[in-house]
Design a protein around this ligand. Structure first.
Ligand code: PMV
Length: 336
């Protein structure tokens, strides 16, 4: 089954009404237990489950307008995006799945309040917000499960961006991925904080899609990943149930480092870290030796996300004055 067939199956008979425009917001999400590898490359069905935390008000606000032109027009943070850019190509290819009336093109206005393409999950929230805006534009009344599946087709991790808080993406067993969607964990942890440590705002040169493929095909250690991952996944869930921060932080950090070790052993090697990334990691480790409970996670980019508790804000901030601190469980009812 291809993407178009999945979209048609979900939207069959749903497409009736059209507003002048649709809009939607989706938070960015950071994986504590990573998605890195696919069993179905076309449909983004993962090899392992993953577990993330959403970033509250940090994410994408998107408006979508059907237009009578021969191509899409995309604005990102107020700037018109060049039709040759990777961002434009990626989004229009995704929109091709939703051109219900022949010739429908769209004007998209999206505001993402995070650096784009730098491993801060901007594609996850970007795609999820587009799905929500399309749902709103056409009054599709999709369930969260359906939204999650549609998001997954655009960017795997987007399937976790339809909820706030902790979110789990299950692999599923169906070959067409109909049971591969995310579900929220109804557990909150108000004291949890995430510090965005931006080392470099530039867009990454190797996409997650390409990086994942290369790692799976060439890293001699990829076969070990599901075993390590299953252990981390179980530990993380336990840590969340028990509100055991040391366990959560250590497991998330170890999972991220294991993923980056796989990337480094791919060929050609894939190293997203930069000198400042390693320096920040060493500072985190020194802090821990001195008794400060701070950990990090890292995605497909040089930037780190620090994990710590509310009571450590001042100390962490004094060591990393440049971080943006996010309280993922704060005022969620106002955001969702
Ligand atoms: O959804 P993608 O294709 O952008 O891949 C995301 C990969 C990681 O961010 C590294 C891990 C994850 O689970 O989000």
């Amino acid at each position: 089954m291809n993407k178009q067939a999945v979209v048609q199956r979900i939207l069959k008979g749903r497409f009736q009404h059209k507003r002048t425009h649709g809009q939607g917001f989706a938070p960015s999400n950071i994986a504590l237990c990573k998605y890195w590898g696919k069993q179905n490359d076309e449909l983004n069905v993962p090899t392992t489950p993953s577990l993330s935390i959403s970033l509250g008000k940090w994410g994408a606000h998107t408006k979508i307008y059907p237009i009578d032109l021969l191509e899409d027009i995309i604005y990102l943070n107020g700037q018109k995006i060049d039709a040759d850019s990777a961002f434009y190509q990626r989004l229009t290819t995704y929109l091709d799945l939703f051109r219900f009336e022949t010739k429908t093109h769209f004007k998209i206005e999206t505001d993402i309040n995070l650096p784009v393409g730098a491993g801060l999950a901007s594609s996850a929230c970007g795609i999820a917000a587009v799905v929500k805006a399309l749902d709103n534009l056409y009054d599709l009344e999709l369930t969260n499960q359906e939204l999650s599946i549609l998001g997954r087709l655009g960017s795997g991790s987007a399937c976790r961006s339809f909820w706030q808080g902790f979110v789990e993406w299950q692999v599923g067993i169906e070959p067409d991925g109909r049971d591969s969607f995310a579900v929220p964990m109804s557990l909150s942890w108000p004291e949890l904080r995430i510090g965005l440590l931006i080392v470099n705002r530039a867009e990454k040169t190797v996409s997650s899609r390409e990086g994942m493929k290369r790692t799976m095909l060439t890293s001699p250690f990829y076969s070990e990943w599901p075993t390590k991952h299953a252990l981390d996944f179980a530990r993380l869930k336990q840590a969340i149930f028990d509100q055991d921060f040391a366990m959560l932080g250590a497991t998330a950090e170890s999972n991220a480092l294991a993923m980056h070790a796989l990337m480094m052993t791919a060929w050609p090697p894939l190293v997203y870290s930069e000198p400042n990334t390693l320096e920040a990691m060493q500072t985190v480790w020194r802090c821990r030796q001195k008794g400060l409970s701070v950990f990090f996670t890292q995605d497909a980019g040089p930037n780190l996300k620090l994990l710590f508790l509310e009571k450590e804000i001042e100390l962490v901030h004094s060591i990393f004055p440049m971080i943006e601190i996010i309280a993922p469980f704060e005022a969620l009812e106002k955001i969702c």
